[in-house]
Design a protein around this ligand. Structure first.
Ligand SMILES: [Zn+2]
Length: 241
């Protein structure tokens, strides 16, 4: 579905997000969600007046399995290059274990809902990425939308936000979420499965000053109240009492 001018999201459900950014007829995909999203890709591209041949790049905000989803299939079948921050390349290739520990606080119904959502979309069949290009902090990527990379370590070491100025959008990956899949809580907050929450909180300062009409998280609905306000709420939700 279209969520901003020139930006679509795969599916109407925002539990797990994969975004399509169009510029001059070419498309960059940001995050590949769950492997079964691949079936929805042609339909979503058609809604943009595009086809899979117009997809030029897949950029990952980090190397978690619910973000690399159909990446390996797109890379091997359609020869679309995949890139991730250098500090998450080994995670995306499956060479190191997930640095996050446990589920944290949970509520059973939303957690089961999330697990079921991923299970029926082939979440257990996610393939790691055979070959992944890397980028560094501050890079402007030579792909449609020309996103600028802002490293926000904490969720994973190589978690990166992408600022797409031409679309007035900030894609934050799991630097923070607007929905917690483990508790069902809505609103800006540190994402579940964050390896180092205090580092993740500290990293938010890098996003604070970014002007973007829409903030797009890896999990949850778009946030249109400005990056600074979202970050204020994340910090508040992380403060005990
Ligand atoms: Zn994640």
């Amino acid at each position: 579905m279209e969520i901003a001018l020139g930006i679509h999201r795969i599916g109407a459900d925002s539990k797990v997000n994969s975004y399509l950014i169009e510029e001059a007829g070419r498309v960059t995909i940001v995050d590949a969600g769950i492997s079964g999203f691949y079936r929805q890709l042609p339909g979503e591209l058609a809604a943009m007046g595009r086809t899979i041949d117009d997809v030029e790049a897949l950029v990952l905000t980090h190397g978690h399995s619910d973000h690399i989803g159909f990446a390996e299939r797109l890379r091997t079948e359609r020869h679309v290059p995949v890139s991730v921050h250098e500090a998450d390349a080994a995670l995306a290739r499956g060479e190191v274990p997930n640095p996050s520990k446990g589920f944290g606080r949970t509520k059973i119904a939303p957690l089961l809902g999330f697990l079921w959502f991923t299970l029926v979309r082939g979440g257990l069949r996610t393939r790691h990425i055979g070959e992944v290009a890397t980028f560094g902090d501050g890079a402007t990527l030579d792909v449609p939308g020309t996103p600028r990379v802002i490293l926000t370590p904490g969720h994973t070491p190589g978690s990166a936000a992408l600022h797409v100025g031409s679309r007035n959008a900030l894609l934050v990956g799991d630097a923070f979420a607007t929905y917690a899949v483990t508790t069902g809580d809505h609103g800006p907050q540190i994402a579940p499965f964050t390896a180092d929450p205090s580092q993740a909180l500290d990293s938010l300062k890098h996003l604070e000053g970014i002007e973007a009409k829409v903030v797009l998280p890896g999990h949850g609905d778009p946030w249109t109240g400005g990056a600074a306000e979202a970050i204020r709420l994340v910090r508040r939700s992380a403060t005990p009492g």
